[in-house]
Design a binder for this molecule. Structure first.
Ligand SMILES: [Zn+2]
Ligand SMILES: [Zn+2]
Length: 309
């Protein structure tokens, strides 16, 4: 059986977003979809998986809603659904920037100019551009565009604090990119707000770039927020850029530390994975709740057990 995994977002005002989230969850469940969707007053952001039929129905329904008609779905064929359960949650923002209440950015009003994948690919090697990866450490450590500027951040909410350090690029064409495009809508808007004048964003992110530009000049793999952890995007000139956290050997493999309290995202080679049983350090191997290592380094989050009275 072939399944589809859909990655998408749409910045579009939603009234009664909390109610919308509850109704939308029920709708997704009725289609048998699994995945994770975030709903906020500013729009929706999701990754869902299901049969081709279910995902087609889902896309048709979203597109039929005039608020979300412009949604751009990135569709991947997968051998099994990329999630275990279906979650649809209301949050303050669909990508947490911490800027909601400041009102200084609104991607619907002002954001970087879209570059389609082939346009981005053409501009990538020019001298007057700066390619800016707006993702976090665990993402760009696994893969990034050649010559991209990366940021030492653990979460996108730390992006606003980086603007000052980026001021030296103010006179360049700044091309931002992220996984699916959603972070760039805010990141590029914020750069414009801070006086950068020539700001572009990769429309549809790395995922769409892989499909439409063959992933050319993307080094390594792309981190994704589902069971797949990492996907290949470059079919033109692929390389591996990530190195094992423990021994420094080149490896594309990304794991979570088997110590549930550590759970650190690291790249780790198979050999170190065996030696440390999926842990980031010897210390973590001794944790009493260390999870068994099955070679993948991926652990499904199990809800905390509720004590029975
Ligand atoms: Zn190693
Ligand atoms: Zn650890």
């Amino acid at each position: 059986m072939i399944y589809n995994t859909l990655l998408y977002y749409c910045y579009s005002p939603i009234a009664n977003a909390e109610q919308f989230a509850a109704d939308h969850l029920a709708f997704c469940k009725s289609l048998g979809l699994v995945g994770r969707i975030i709903v906020a007053e500013e729009g929706l952001n999701g990754t869902v998986s299901g049969t081709k039929e279910a995902s087609d129905l889902y896309m048709a329904q979203i597109k039929a809603d005039e608020r979300f008609a412009k949604t751009d779905f990135k569709i991947d064929e997968v051998a099994e659904p990329s999630f275990i359960k279906m979650h649809c949650r209301y949050k303050a923002e669909i990508v947490h920037s911490g800027l909601r209440d400041t009102g200084i950015i609104n991607p619907n009003e002002k954001t970087g100019k879209y570059l389609e994948p082939t346009e981005f690919s053409e501009m990538l090697n020019r001298d007057d551009v700066v390619v800016l990866d707006v993702r976090s450490n665990y993402e760009h450590n696994l893969g990034k565009f050649k010559n991209a500027v990366t940021l030492d951040i653990e979460n996108f909410r730390d992006f606003p604090d980086q603007i000052e350090a980026l001021a030296k690029y103010k006179d360049k064409k700044v091309m931002t990119y992220c996984t699916g495009g959603i972070k760039c809508e805010k990141a590029s808007a914020l750069l414009l707000h801070h006086g950068f004048t020539d700001v572009y964003q990769l429309h549809g992110g790395i995922i769409k770039y892989g499909k439409e530009a063959g992933g050319k000049d993307f080094e390594g793999k792309c981190y994704v927020f589902d069971n797949r952890i990492a996907v290949d995007v470059n079919s033109v000139n692929p390389t591996i850029v990530s190195v094992c956290y423990n021994c420094g050997k080149t490896t594309p493999k990304m794991i979570n530390c088997a110590n549930p309290e550590c759970n650190e995202h690291i790249t780790q080679c198979d050999e170190c994975g065996e030696n440390l049983q999926g842990c980031c350090s010897v210390e973590c191997t001794t944790h009493p709740r260390k999870r068994p290592y099955d070679g993948t380094g991926y652990y499904v989050k199990v809800p905390q057990q509720v004590a029975k009275v």
